[in-house]
Write a protein of this length. Structure first.
Length: 403
């Protein structure tokens, strides 16, 4: 293999460039970005929205940038993809880039439903600048969506003197990610942070200065943030690759796109990975973009896999409404849920395969030692097994529960 083109210029792309060189690839390496900026870290856009006014450049945060690539085009987004018998061609506004292999790392874009043109979104540094400028003390902010981003922004804004209302269509915050029963444990946090939370509410109109709900209530708003999710940025390649209903690409254990030649891999938000331990793992979280590219590169170059290290447990972290959350694994709707202490204050939630001691996922709230223990539990080749009674006792270490 003499040439590789990396499509995207975010964290997953930067990690791909570093991994290719670390694994000994010395061919021509081209990077195509669409935002016009060097790689930066996205979590601070919400977690540190009002205190960090410049992008958190990855060269400063992780010591990672694109200097190891031969040709870096930060403002040349891909517009098409052609798969040849022995190579690939990525089409851009200036022509095409032909290479032996392609790594697709174009991330995702924030969802803004039709008719919500007056709502801001938060996914890029430019988005953060617009939102930060609008959030002055005393301003009325309506956040639509009580997921990870919505909750983080709500807490940051309220702490800065903004009047915040959060509207959630589900019966509880984080219902999609954690289930409604677990998400409901976070409800008291909103009032404690000075945020009004409205659940089970459908938005029917976002207009100038107002958000109208299906029950007729009209919420006054100087700023509206649509925090209703993100969708993989996959539309640019047309029908060249098979896209799932949610816009993602199904990839195998080494991030090779299923149904495409092995010389095409996808990492980061685009990739819905087949995991031996966790089943199908969706992209969309920072840790996947950080760690997945190394596995993808080894597969692309034909290098040996590293066993469990190449199948990391999905990990998510969040700072919201005065609490620190960390989650490992993939909770399922049919799992048995076991509370560890009182998660609403300081504790956690454990998801077990129904009727067994097989642990599928852990959520930790304000307990750093449990975060480290959970990380170790999910480092093996198979899912861990825990004594449920011991695991539920917050005075015992999670490691004590391991079978």
């Amino acid at each position: 293999m003499r040439s590789v083109v990396v499509v995207g210029a975010g964290l997953a792309a930067a990690q791909t460039v570093a991994a290719l060189r670390a694994e000994g690839f010395d061919g021509c390496l081209t990077v195509l970005g669409g935002e016009g900026l060097e790689p930066y870290d996205r979590p601070p856009l919400s977690k540190e929205l009002l205190t960090r006014t410049e992008p958190a450049w990855l060269r400063d945060e992780l010591g990672t940038d694109l200097h190891l690539a031969d040709d870096v085009r930060l403002a040349e987004p891909a517009t098409g993809l052609t798969l040849g018998p022995h190579d690939v061609e990525v089409v851009t506004s200036t022509g095409g880039v032909r290479a032996d292999a392609a790594v697709l790392a174009t991330g995702s874009t924030a969802v803004r439903p039709p008719g919500w043109q007056g709502a801001l979104t938060l996914h890029t540094a430019a988005d953060a600048h617009l939102l930060r400028t609008a959030l002055t003390p005393g301003a009325r902010l309506v956040v639509i969506g009580a997921g990870w981003i919505g909750a983080e922004v709500a807490g940051v804004a309220a702490a800065a003197g903004v009047e915040v209302t959060v509207v959630e269509a589900a019966s509880a915050p984080l219902a999609t990610a954690l289930g409604a029963d677990v998400g409901a444990l976070t409800v008291p946090w909103y009032a404690a942070a000075g945020v009004r939370l409205v659940t089970g509410a459908r938005v029917v109109r976002v207009g100038p200065g107002a958000v109208e709900l299906a029950d007729g209530e009209v919420l006054g708003a100087d700023v509206v943030l649509a925090a209703v999710g993100a969708r993989p940025a996959s539309g640019w390649w047309g029908e060249a690759l098979p896209v799932s209903a949610d816009g993602s690409l199904a990839v195998d254990e080494q991030y090779r796109v299923i149904g495409a030649p092995g010389r095409v891999v996808a990492v980061g938000d685009l990739a819905r990975r087949r995991s031996p331990r966790h089943g199908w793992v969706a992209g969309g979280h920072w840790d996947g973009a950080l760690r997945g590219p190394a596995t993808a590169v080894r597969g692309l170059l034909g290098h040996p896999a590293r066993g469990p290290a190449d199948d990391p447990a999905p990990y998510v972290f969040s700072t919201q409404l005065g609490h620190e959350l960390a989650g490992y694994g993939v909770p399922g709707p049919l799992d048995d849920v076991v509370l560890r202490g009182d998660p609403a204050t300081s504790g956690g939630v454990l998801w077990f395969t129904a009727g067994t001691e097989e642990l599928r996922a852990v959520l930790v709230v304000d307990r750093p030692r449990d975060v480290a223990a959970a990380r170790r539990l999910f480092s093996g080749a198979s899912l861990p097994h825990l004594d449920r009674a011991v695991a539920a006792d917050p005075d015992r270490s999670l490691r004590d529960a391991a079978r």
